[in-house]
Write a protein that binds this ligand. Structure first.
Ligand SMILES: NC(=O)c1ccc[n+]([C@@H]2O[C@H](COP(=O)([O-])OP(=O)(O)OC[C@H]3O[C@@H](n4cnc5c(N)ncnc54)[C@H](O)[C@@H]3O)[C@@H](O)[C@H]2O)c1
Ligand SMILES: O=C(O)C[C@H](O)C(=O)O
Length: 355
């Protein structure tokens, strides 16, 4: 397979092809400037997307290219990375984009990265659970995390690939095995549940932009636990409204899978949620104060080793994992159901690596 040329190699090739000798002086200045940008001259963070040519990966790559905190954007996939890279690289924003195709370019894609976002893996079709994806996605996540442990062990990792409730424990075990595990730097992305919860609250006459619903637990069915008693701005709901909202938030993913009728799961809303979350991680890395989002992380909030709650993000990843806060009776019952299912999913991920 042909390696994807770096931006400076591409410019050199195009210049050599197109420009007559009288432009030689300008060519070298073009190359100097391109080299400077290709080295990531602009201040900002280095971000890799693994699975960048996929349904989530492509809009995620586009949105990250628009993020002013990103100076270098690496797009890795086992297919179509060159096309997506060429396309995204024509956007006139600051980040330098480089593409990487196939396993032999994984290490180059990861070296020097501050943040790695992983949407690689197969999506659901109607009738499947997220756990049905375990067989294929567990191995993909394992390989990619082995690469991270080797090439950028200090990077913050945002794990999107399903089943998140198992892939995050898999990643943790891979990093432990490699001796690089830092629980503050591994985050399962549950942001889409929060985005959905904020959106669905519009049925109560609320503008989604003004709403903040904490969603805790995990990222599958009953493990998705919206805490409507803690919604901001404080609002009261009838039991009927609570039942409707809880059910819709827990089944939001399935709603999209069924509507797409075999053509995959949420991609556009997920890319939006992933960028919202990645941007929060980057603002934390930059040292911004008070950056708080929900994520599925190593946790002591319950007896389970991983759990999603609000976390405060900082220069080292997670600075603080927040407790659940006061729950009502409905939420306490939901929590017990969530923990029961989560325990099995976490154990499944751990055993995949430990054997
Ligand atoms: N966490 C969440 O909230 C959330 C939301 C939506 C989807 N997802 C999950 O995200 C994953 C991706 O969804 P999608 O719709 O983008 O799927 P997709 O099939 O459109 O894209 C997946 C991409 O991953 C690539 N890929 C496969 N194996 C790879 C490997 N070994 N290394 C690098 N890339 C590889 C594929 O080539 C493809 O381009 C699925 O597992 C899906 O369930 C999670
Ligand atoms: O539902 C899925 O399979 C994808 C994702 O987890 C989602 O919540 O949309």
């Amino acid at each position: 397979m042909q390696p994807i040329p770096d931006v400076n190699q591409r410019i050199a090739r195009i210049s050599a092809h197109l420009h007559p000798p009288k432009y030689q002086m300008e060519e070298s200045s073009v190359l100097r400037r391109a080299n400077c940008r290709a080295k990531g001259g602009a201040p900002g963070f280095r971000v890799a997307i693994l699975g960048a040519a996929g349904g989530i990966g492509q809009p995620l790559a586009m949105l990250m290219k628009m993020n002013p905190l990103v100076s270098v954007l690496h797009l890795y996939d086992v297919v179509n990375a060159p096309g997506v890279t060429a396309d995204i690289s024509h956007m006139d924003t600051g980040a330098v984009v480089r593409g990487f195709l196939g396993q032999q370019q994984l290490e180059a894609a990861l070296t020097g990265m501050d943040l790695v976002i992983i949407p690689a893996g197969v999506p659901r079709k109607p009738g499947m659970t997220r756990d049905d994806l375990f067989k294929i996605n567990a191995g993909i996540v394992k390989t990619l995390c082995e690469g991270i442990a080797k090439c950028c062990p200090r990077a913050i990792v945002n794990l999107i690939s399903n089943p998140v409730n198992s892939t995050v424990p898999i990643a943790a075990e891979v990093f432990k095995k490699a001796g690089t595990y830092d629980p503050k730097r591994l985050l399962g992305v549950t942001m889409l549940d929060v985005v959905r919860a904020n959106t669905f609250a519009e049925v109560l006459g609320l503008d989604p932009r003004d709403v903040d619903v904490p969603v805790v637990g995990g990222h599958a069915g009953v493990t998705i636990l919206p805490l409507l008693s803690q919604v901001k701005p404080p609002s009261s709901f009838t039991q009927e409204e609570i039942n409707y909202l809880t059910d819709r938030i827990q089944n939001g993913g399935t709603e999209v899978v069924e509507a797409k009728a075999g053509a995959g799961s949420a991609t556009l809303s997920m890319a939006y949620a992933a960028v919202k979350f990645a941007d929060a991680c980057l603002r934390g890395l930059r040292g911004d104060a008070g950056v708080v989002e929900c994520a599925f992380v190593s946790s002591q909030v319950t007896e389970l080793p991983f759990f999603a709650t609000k976390v405060r993000l900082g220069r080292n990843g997670i600075d603080e994992v927040y407790s659940l806060g006061p729950l009502n009776e409905y939420e306490r019952i939901g929590l017990e159901k969530a923990k029961k299912e989560l325990a099995g999913s976490i154990e499944k991920g751990v055993s995949f690596i430990r054997g």
